[in-house]
Design a protein around this ligand. Sequence first.
Ligand code: MG
Ligand code: MG
Ligand code: MG
Length: 308
Amino acid sequence: MTEAIYIVGHKNPDTDSICSAIAYAELKKKLGISAVAARQGEPNPETKFVLEKFGVEVPELLTDGASKKVILVDHSDIGQSLDNLDQAEIVEIIDHHKIGDVTTPNPIFFLAMPVGCTATVVKTLYDYFGIEIPKNIAGIMLASILSDTVIFKSATTTDKDKKAAEDLAKIAGVEDMETLGMEMFKVKSDIAGKPPRELLFRDFKDFDMSGNKVGIGQIEVVDLSLLDEVKDSLYEEMKKVKEEGGYHSVFMMLTDIIKEGTELLVVSDDSGVVEKAFGKKVEDRSVWLDGVMSRKKQVVPPLEKAFS
Ligand code: MG
Ligand code: MG
Ligand code: MG
């Protein structure tokens, strides 16, 4: 038997990173290729809920890429990937973000599509190979799309995501996608009693913006007032993380999925970048960005421009 290929999503994994790794490992197995789904960290409460709901096991933990064959899903940034990635052999990348800074010595299969979710890309691969998607796998793929596209409300949503979700809902026997989506976001919104550091790193990504280390986290809730109690301690934690990690800026997107906007909390060496990026001054410690829900499409690009 050939050595297994590990399929793994980004650090601080979200539902898409974990479920797309599982779904793609399943497809590989059906194609006769030995593949193991992995995760880089503890599944968040939403992901746990989804895996339990559809009866799928939590994949194994993998944080070090040394001497491993790996397929990266849902990212292609070194900073978001396995430790010692330079000692790993990257054999494929399946993603829906901007192309990151990973390089390979050999040609590889690299499929990145400008869609709302990696699970949508994985779905097109199942279709391409003509492989049937198992019911429980369809369920977690659907959940990934609902999570990443914020129930189709995010600016990242495409017709391909909607079509894939409809197909997957049929296979999974999910009659009402909206209800499933709201169930998931209610689990996500349950932040009472959670330590600020956990909330900060639950969905947090590092970026290199013109040589500046920038961290951007996001918390998506059904009502921003749910965050009133934790906002002060979260802000203090952001300051600590900025110092410890040597960041130029640490941003937290507090996203209201019903009002469809984001309060951006800012800790920065130069909060002028926020005004440059979004045309609004940081008042006190944050700025309200109406209609902004997507880090990848509405926050990272303008910030990168402001830093350049
Ligand atoms: Mg992700
Ligand atoms: Mg994703
Ligand atoms: Mg997300």
